[in-house]
Structures are given as C-alpha cells and as structure tokens.
Design a protein around this ligand. Structure first.
Ligand code: FE
Length: 180
C-alpha cells in the first residue's frame, strides 16, 4: 500500500519533467529544420565574391535604381519592372557583371509582378542567404560572381522544380537570341 502511494507520487512529480523534455526536443528539431531551403544553390554567407568593386565604382556603372536594388538589397515595386511581362527568347544576365543567370525557357507568368523563373541557367550561377528582414524568413538569391542582390526564391513554383525564383527586373539585363 505504502509502496503504491510512493510510486504514484513519483509519477506525479516526474510527469511534467517528461512532458517538458519531449517538447524541448521537438522545439530543437524544428529550429534545425527552419528555414527550409529546398534549392541546391550554394550558401552565400561569408562568401568572398570573385568580382569586388567599391560603391563608388558600382554607382558609376549602374543607374540609381539598379544600385539601390543590387548593391543595397532593395526591391522594385511589383508590376513596374521592365521584364515581369516580357516574353522574348534569350538570356537574362546580371546587370552588374554580365553573369548569365536565367533563360527565357524557364520564365513563367507567376502573377507576382516580378519576373519569375522555375530554375536558374545553372545552380552555380546563384548563391542563397537567409533573409530575416521585414519580419519574415525568406531565402535571398544573389549573383554568385559579384554578390548582386537579385530577389528571393520561394517554394510555390511550377513543376519540375516547384521553385519560384522571384527577381527584380532592375538586377537583370536581357540579351535576345540571334536569329539564324
Ligand atoms: Fe553579378
């Protein structure tokens, strides 16, 4: 009888401890898994880019809008950029360094107001970084050669990747395919 009461008492005291240890583990697991980046692009954190220029040099080369977006991680207003509804065949290059980033073959109408692609030309062309500004956790995309801010990648894109590379027109320079 006495033993039974002691056992109940131990269970009563230990149960909250058990509960807390389980929920603690769950919390740790979800922290590790978040944010979830399903792209195969390399991480840009702490990366030293091949092309390095001073702000003065970038300003001399870019328009104020291009500088604000690519070098200061700005965003153009939706439905205002020159490429969101553009449908030409060709290649979209980095406006800063000419790195060939996206092809018209993967461009699609996302309805977001920004040019959207379901994949870059090559995964190595782009690096990603976790962006926690504006109270959101997003995956920033940058040119792997010069670090230009391009936009963000989201996981609501079409097949086959399910990804949406959402890019500012101001960070791109389109070059049309030559007719043969
Ligand atoms: Fe670049």
């Amino acid at each position: 009888m006495k033993f039974g009461i002691i056992l109940l008492l131990i269970l009563f005291i230990a149960s909250p401890l058990l509960f807390f240890s389980v929920s603690g583990e769950e919390k740790a697991a979800s922290c590790d898994a978040f944010p979830h980046d399903k792209t195969s692009n390399k991480k840009g954190e702490g990366m030293s880019f091949q092309i390095q220029k001073s702000d003065k040099d970038w300003k001399g080369q870019l328009t104020p809008e291009q500088f604000r977006i690519t070098r200061e991680k700005g965003t153009e207003r939706a439905f205002t950029g020159k490429y969101y509804a553009f449908k030409g065949d060709g290649v979209y290059k980095c406006v800063c360094c000419g790195n060939e980033l996206f092809s018209s073959d993967t461009k699609y109408e996302s309805g977001s107001g920004w040019p959207s692609y379901w994949a870059p030309i090559d995964e190595d062309k782009i690096v990603t970084e976790t962006d926690t500004t504006l109270g959101m956790t997003r995956t920033e995309i940058m040119c792997a050669k010069c670090g230009a801010h391009l936009g963000h990648v989201f996981e609501d894109g079409p097949k086959p990747t399910g990804l949406r590379y959402c890019v500012n027109s101001a960070s791109l320079d389109f070059e049309g395919e030559e007719e043969e």
